[in-house]
Design a protein around this ligand. Structure first.
Ligand code: URP
Ligand code: ZN
Ligand code: ZN
Ligand code: ZN
Length: 485
């Protein structure tokens, strides 16, 4: 059976034009005028765009004594409802020595429920021979080329600089990409202890314990370590000017470094933590925390100027009940917020509707740029013959007010509650299957497939001078003073 999307404007990362899109067997087979198919979807007045790719989710993740509540079922349904057709989740080995392949098995056991396609990043939560060895298998056999390092969460997921340097060097050899959560975990731990000792136990102290300096310092450190290791670097959830500045500078110097802001940091600010309602503030506890408007403006400017490349969510959703584990001790509030369903409408509303971004830039930031970085373009992130029919038919006139009462996510609140968005999916297609039909969700559990991303491609090469540093150099002197010892 063929499906045709008729009378829309095809919008990709580089251009927009009127055309119909014909789909068969889950793929785009033709783009042109006057096409017909067995099933017709009317896209009059709509943009026909590559489905969104959210490269940063934590579905059913064991974290801070509990599991994030949205799993591969509710999480991917939420994604599709908001126009996202692929998620990339983090497979996390337990830091007490669990192997990478073991952790992937755990993730495979969960991801079978996915309603849309998905892939994984691998986390490196400890360093040793087993991790060194298994990295090769993860890249070459499992098709996962991205490895995340937590520079924060001391005593849990955090890796030290020596572990990070070893891991980065190995990735450089294998053609992988390093990723970091950039916050100085040692400083955060000390500030947390100080705040608690002073009786600052509420959720607002979470923000006090993670000032922008801890993020800027870690971003700079990771960039320099990546440069010495000869590996490209992707910095997740960039929330402030200090980290953005480090990325900007690195890119100007010709280093291959990418920055990923989140829709939450682009649209919500630190005043959320000052809310008198404990639940309100705790529900917004995530790392890094929301910042002030100056930092928000920096992130928007980075997207406009191209120094920041991708907008994600870091979707890691906990219920109010889970957030309350931290009553009396803010360090025990599970870190994370939702956003999968709202990323695209919020970015359209605050980016395209306001004139900050063009529709083509919107496609680049929500889909194409990350497909290229992760090495799944043009199968994903493209409207081209042969590409997967992961498509969102975007109605720029459609409006709604975001509320937990009607969301797909399994948690009991929404950090964007009460915000009105303009720009929503009319249809969302996942490999040709119409998962959102005129706004109604018709997705199928288990439809999602794992997307393998081959390891070694040109974009996986660092642009640093690292070869100069490691190349054999002539010995200048014997090491023993001429006069003898
Ligand atoms: O607070 C956050 N971001 N929770 C999810 C885990 C992480 O750090 O990405
Ligand atoms: Zn993180
Ligand atoms: Zn995360
Ligand atoms: Zn299907």
């Amino acid at each position: 059976m063929t499906t045709v999307i008729k009378n829309g404007t095809v919008t990709t990362h580089d251009r927009s034009y009127k055309a119909d899109v014909l789909i068969d067997g889950g793929r785009i087979i033709e783009i042109g005028e006057g096409l017909t198919g067995d099933e017709e979807l009317d896209a009059t007045g709509c943009y026909v765009m590559p489905g969104g790719i959210d490269p940063h989710t934590h579905l059913e993740m064991p974290f801070m004594g509990t599991y994030s509540t949205d799993d591969f079922d509710s999480g991917t349904r939420a994604a599709l409802a908001g126009g996202t057709t692929m998620v990339v989740d983090f497979a996390l080995p337990a830091p007490d020595g669990q192997g990478l392949l073991d952790a992937l098995q755990m993730w495979d056991n969960k991801s079978g429920r996915a309603h849309c396609d998905y892939s994984y990043h691998m986390a490196v939560t400890w360093w040793g021979e087993q991790v060194f060895d298994e990295m090769k298998t993860v890249i070459e056999e499992r098709g996962i080329n991205t490895f995340k390092h937590f520079m924060a969460y001391k005593g849990a997921l955090m890796v030290n600089d020596d572990e990070m340097f070893s891991s980065f060097k190995r990735l450089g050899e294998l053609g992988g990409i390093a990723m970091v959560h950039a916050e100085n975990g040692d400083v955060v731990a000390e500030l947390q202890a100080k705040l608690m000792a002073e009786g600052n136990t509420g959720p607002e102290a979470h923000a006090y314990s993670r000032p922008t300096q801890v993020e800027g310092e870690a971003a700079n450190r990771a960039i320099m370590i990546a440069d010495m290791a000869g590996v490209p670097l992707y910095i997740v959830h960039v929330s402030c000017e200090e980290a953005h500045e480090a990325i900007r500078r690195a890119r100007q110097q010709g280093k291959r470094v990418w920055g990923e802001p989140l829709i939450q940091h682009l649209t919500l600010d630190e005043s959320e933590y000052m809310n008198k309602d404990w639940d309100h503030a705790a529900r917004r506890v995530m790392s890094p925390p929301f910042r002030n408007l100056k930092h928000q403006e920096s992130l928007w400017a980075g997207l406009q100027a191209g120094s920041l490349s991708v907008v994600a969510t870091d979707h890691c959703a906990f219920t109010t009940e889970q957030k309350r584990y931290g009553v009396g001790d803010f360090t025990k509030i599970p870190n994370g917020t939702g956003g999968l369903e709202d990323r695209m409408p919020m970015l359209w509303t605050h980016g395209v509707e306001t004139g900050r971004l063009t529709p083509e830039e919107f496609v680049a930031m929500t889909s194409t740029n990350i497909a290229k970085i992760l090495n799944c373009y043009p199968r994903k992130g493209a409207i081209l013959p042969g590409a997967d029919a992961d498509i969102v038919v975007w109605d720029p006139q459609k409006e709604k007010t975001i509320t937990a009462a009607t969301q797909v996510s399994a948690i009991d609140y929404n950090v964007f509650e009460g915000k009105t968005v303009k720009g929503l999916p009319r249809f969302t297609l996942t490999r040709g299957h119409v998962a959102v039909h005129d706004g109604e969700l018709r997705s199928r559990e288990g439809h999602g497939e794992f997307v393998k991303r081959a390891g070694n491609t040109p974009t996986n090469k660092a642009l640093s001078k690292w070869k100069d540093l490691t190349a054999p150099r002539p010995v200048q002197r014997s090491g023993i003073p001429a006069s003898g010892v």
